[in-house]
Design a protein around this ligand. Structure first.
Ligand code: ADP
Length: 718
């Protein structure tokens, strides 16, 4: 806790415009000259570094930024301005924010952290892991998501079992209750229900839990630190195992500070140097007490670290997927301090209760002021946020650009090169952090392997998102490339079919995953999908896009960037001669639209060419005859295709597959500027968005994680 002697935080902070003013009066007067020089130089360098604090309510955050790190504080909403170097927000961060950031910028949240921070998501993710590893994941009390798991939950009620019910998106103990009867639960309400740990470890006859601070400072690969200091929060009423008479005593069963601080029994800690008194104490003082009582605290700490790492393993693929928005080989643009709430039972087994992605930085007691100030300061130091590092990163980018200009070559790195760069940056980071970790302890990577948990959670994630389709597709595509290199132009029929199925899967995976190719510049089109160093296969195979998450964006972004790429998409399929798959796709879409009160409105009421026919025309390279203008209007749900139009289009009527009906509701607005008489007339879709509602049989619903993330953020933070 190196800053403790230097600058004391007393719970209040007023920003001052005078940046150069030396406000740190707390330095000892006989402070040695070197320290002063060091401080002065930090002040001079960092004063140009902008810390955006527009979305934090905590004085301690601003205090550390300004008084310890000498950053310039910025109060303009961080989403509206992009010249900040470092942003601290009390709320979740959306993937869009990350996508706009430059590699020298840092923000204190990871998009996708809802998967840990929302009780229902945490429950679902850990339950899935528990299913596969029941013993290794037994640190999480058995949990049911209501109402969906109501029936199973109902079976659990029997003699002497107590359950705790928590609203799925609440905090600070709000809305929580204990119960022993299923009748007290509304079967339609959304709750996270949990077995109640009825034999907690007690200190002075009181139940307590631990608030431990965990820093995740990289998600690909995972990089986790545990802060050696934290808080122990005590209940204010002596604990008695739950019985029908005391289930309502929240100050006995719940240890939340927000609940207990209003109890007249509550003793506030008054002195940061005496951290072992009162109903909120330092974590280290509790561990010391347990040591004194001959408890095996080392084992307890090992179990806690293990529990933390396993918890992150369950969501690592989600975080990684969200992080692919940035090309950040250093793996360091996001970091997040998470509050892990741990309950210890009487046998000294730790249980995870919940994970807070915005742990409170309220500092209303000397104990809080001391711990939280140091926690934030150590975090900023560990994240290496300073002007020197910023300049290095910017210079590195400039060098790369210059290299590109000079060589005139797009330097797309091979997977191996990327790996090497990542390793090199990780090594630099290891060196820096080992010297600058303050009170943090690196807990992952570590000597123990967690690979099987990571692999399993990846498998779960892929099943959920269908990403395995993409990966198989990639393998298949590589295989095809190799095949085509080896074989002559006239491929045997079997291989051609294989290629068709490949493309078909590819298209399906794009639809299912809501991920689409990143738009490339004109000059980069075509063979840029080939990794440098790889030999270019013959016969236009180069036009098959690389199925690599790095190269795909959510459809919404794709659509915004350029619609031309849809055309490109068709163009390469044309080259591949695999138009049938595209036609299939459109037929299916059309069928679904028809069955779902199609929005198509034919403007002239005449026999027209559908997009299917027109694209077919493009693909076959022939002019489309009798093309007539039409529009498919957005939000015109009541408009139906007339009987006549249906008949007119009879020849294109797809073989409607009932299992795919009502799968995708799409909204199109097509406009055609000059369709008639155009050779190879092509209808350029102006608006084209997909909303997956029910996955077709055999497919997983892909876009859900993205949608849920946005919804959950709204739900929680509005
Ligand atoms: P909140 O986010 O509202 O604080 P928590 O899940 O942290 O919700 O629960 C609040 C408190 O309830 C905890 O601090 C703990 O004291 C108690 N608690 C929660 N879950 C359990 C459980 N399964 N067994 C025993 N006590 C629990």
């Amino acid at each position: 806790m190196k800053q403790e002697k230097e600058i004391i935080f007393n719970g209040e902070f007023e920003d001052s415009e005078d940046e150069d003013e030396d406000q740190s009066q707390d330095y000892d007067s006989d402070e040695d000259l070197n320290k002063k020089k060091k401080k002065k130089s930090l002040q001079n360098t960092n004063k140009n570094l902008i810390m955006n604090v527009s979305d934090t309510q905590y004085p301690v955050v601003k205090f550390v930024g300004k008084m310890i790190n000498k950053f310039k504080l910025q109060y303009v909403p961080y989403q509206e301005i992009n010249n900040w170097d470092f942003c601290w927000t009390d709320n979740a961060v959306l993937p869009e924010t990350l996508a706009k950031m430059q590699s020298h910028q840092k923000i204190n949240h990871f998009p996708g952290m809802y998967s840990l921070a929302r009780k229902n998501h945490l429950g679902k993710n850990l339950n899935k892991m528990q299913k596969q590893f029941p013993e290794e994941y037994d640190f999480y009390p058995r949990t049911w998501m209501l109402p969906s798991e109501y029936n199973d939950f109902k079976q659990q009620f029997g003699k002497a079992k107590t359950f705790i019910l928590k609203p799925e998106a609440s905090c600070q103990g709000r809305g929580i209750f204990l119960t022993r009867s299923i009748e007290s639960i509304n079967p339609t309400e959304h709750y996270v229900a949990q077995r109640y740990i009825h034999k907690p470890l007690l200190i002075d006859g009181l139940k307590f839990d631990l608030r431990m601070y965990v820093l995740i400072c990289g998600c690909d690969p995972l990089r986790l630190y545990l802060y050696k200091e934290g808080l122990a929060r005590f209940a204010t009423q002596a604990y008695i195992a739950p019985n029908l008479n005391n289930l309502d005593d929240i100050c006995m069963h719940l240890t939340n500070y927000a609940i207990n601080k209003d109890n007249p029994n509550f003793i506030f800690n008054q002195d940061e140097k005496k951290m072992d008194v009162g109903h909120k104490r330092s974590m280290s003082s509790v561990f010391q007490l347990l040591r004194d009582l001959n408890h095996n605290v080392d084992q307890l700490m090992d179990d806690i670290k293990d529990l933390i790492i396993k918890t992150f393993c369950s969501v690592q693929p989600i975080l990684q997927q969200n992080y692919t928005q940035v090309d950040n080989y250093a793996n360091n643009m996001c970091f997040e301090i998470l509050g892990f709430d741990i309950l210890i039972d009487s046998s000294l087994k730790p249980y995870l209760l919940e994970v807070n992605h915005t742990p409170s930085f309220t500092a209303d007691t000397p104990l809080d002021q001391y711990i939280k100030k140091n926690l934030i300061a150590d975090t900023i130091t560990l994240m290496n946020i300073n002007l020197k590092t910023k300049n290095e990163v910017i210079q590195q980018k400039k060098d790369e650009m210059q290299k590109r200009v000079l060589t005139g070559k797009k330097t797309k790195l091979t997977i191996e090169e990327k790996k090497q760069i990542k390793l090199q940056l990780q090594k630099q980071r290891d060196d820096y952090e080992s010297q600058n970790k303050g009170n943090y302890e690196l807990i992952y990577p570590c000597s123990k392997s967690y690979e099987e948990y990571l692999q399993h959670s990846l498998k779960i994630y892929e099943e959920w998102t269908g990403a395995n389709i993409r990966r198989n597709q990639k393998k298949e595509s590589i295989q095809i490339n190799q095949d085509s290199q080896n074989k002559s132009q006239s491929l045997p029929k079997k291989i051609q079919l294989e290629k068709r199925s490949t493309l078909y899967k590819h298209i399906q995976s794009r639809i299912n995953t809501n991920l689409f190719p990143i738009i490339k510049n004109e000059q980069n089109k075509g063979n840029e999908v080939i990794q440098e160093g790889e030999e270019q296969p013959p016969n236009q195979i180069i036009t098959i896009p690389e199925v690599d998450n790095d190269n795909y964006v959510p459809y919404e972004d794709y659509q915004q960037q350029s619609l031309e790429s849809i055309k490109d998409y068709y163009a390469y399929t044309d080259k591949r001669g695999l138009e049938l798959q595209i036609l299939d796709f459109f037929q299916q879409r059309k069928a679904e639209k028809r069955l779902n009160n199609s929005h198509i409105q034919y403007q002239n009421g005449q026999n027209i060419q559908s997009p299917l026919s027109q694209i077919k025309g493009v693909l076959q390279g022939i002019a489309i005859k009798n093309v007539r203008q039409f529009a498919i209007k957005k939000n015109t749900k009541n408009m139906k295709i007339s009987q006549k139009q249906n008949q007119d289009n009879e020849q294109e009527k797809p073989q409607e597959n009932p299992s795919r009906q009502q799968i995708i509701s799409s909204q199109f607005t097509y406009q055609q500027t000059n369709p008639q008489g155009m050779t190879g007339a092509y209808l350029k879709p102006k608006v084209f968005s997909l909303k997956l509602q029910h996955p077709p049989k055999g497919y997983k619903l892909q876009s859900l994680p993205l949608l849920m993330q946005q919804n959950s953020t709204k739900f929680r933070y509005e």
